[in-house]
Design a protein around this ligand. Sequence first.
Ligand code: PFF
Length: 457
Amino acid sequence: METTSLQRGQWGSRIGFILAAAGSAIGLGNIWRFPYLAGEGGGGAFVLIYLVCVVAIGMPYLFAELSLGRKSQRNPVGAIMAITGPKSMWIAVGAFCVLAGFIILSYYSVIAGWAVGYAVKDVIAPTMGFEEFAASPGIVIGLLAVFLLLTLVVVVGGIEQGIERWSKILLPILFVLMVLVIVRSVTLEGAAEGIAFFLIPDFSQVSLDLIIVALGQAFFTLSLGMGAMITYGSYLSKREDIAISGGYVVIFNTAIAFMAGFMIFPAIFAMGVDPATGPALVFVILPEVFAQMPLGGLVSFTFFVLLSIAALTSSISLLEVVVSYFVDETSWSRKKSVLIIGGLTFLMAIPSALSQGAVDIFSDMSFLFGEGGILGQNDFLSILDYLVGSAGLAIGAFFLSVFIAWIWGASEAAEELKQGSTILTRGMITTWVFMMKWIIPLVVAVIVIGNVLGVDV
Ligand code: PFF
């Protein structure tokens, strides 16, 4: 039986959609990945390039994913099928989206589990350093289960009563907690240096590699390249203004990334720590920084709670991509889909959870990838993050942008984008069509090549 849009669910309000989509965008990418990339990429210069990438490339492409979703009212597979019919090769791109959602959710939940654990670390493992913590199988798998369960509970509630309702509750809490940590951080002695590092560009740091990494981050942070925004767009009403709502999503997401910078860099500089420490920044360096500062215990708790919240509003969108596929395309109910996919995700996540020292074959996969691994990383989690979270998203974005611009047709897509919109002028539409046909596929192809060649900052 055809599922009608009523059975599929719809966002209850504009602000509900904006907060849900902003919740998907705002996540570990803003608070964990963006600061360490900025720290490695010389601060302000990276921040500026990232900003340009988000606004000039990420935002127009975001509009395209939302338009495809709303047009078809379907999950990524169904959306492509609605345009091409059931026999096209392009459906493989939709299938890739669903698979990517599943895989990213698996390792994302492991990292999110660490965040949950660090919030209560003083209680569960007060004396452990990060290495020992991440290598303790009982702890990491337990935390993974807790986090994944929270994700399932939200998604089983559906669009309006689950995802929208929880996004409306969680995002304001996230914002307030971030303000609290920022106030503590910027009032530390020596904080100004950190703010200067974050905001004042040093252009001697700029390289093609840095630009490619910033572009990749723009896609990751806006949840693009794997159909999350197709899926969220599929619950939008035709009366909704995609450009305005999407614009707000970009603004909120960018604001939170900046706020993350204001939480982290003043504290790091005030305590005299090197900002260029890579992925360890949040889990290794920050706890040390918090430990040295007045009110540190409270700040640490607040920080890791807010990090867990940010991760949760993203993980629900990853799960929703997969769930929407099964709800739309099979006879499974939402509840059944959530339970089965949740269980499978848990199994898929176990090797990632055990890859940080708990189990040797997952921690060092040089038997598969050689001594050098991929970009020097040889553990299961980092390899998945590279293959799917970085290269995969870029490849997904490439095929989706070509599909939307050339198979569906940029002008057709523009018709959908215009529907319900009050702010788009004819000039803006013409520019968007041109960007979609030429600039975005080209730029995304450069990110793909950069990823394959292994750019690193
Ligand atoms: N945008 C999320 C973040 O910045 O953490 C990550 C993400 C979520 C990527 C959902 C892709 C996605 F579909």
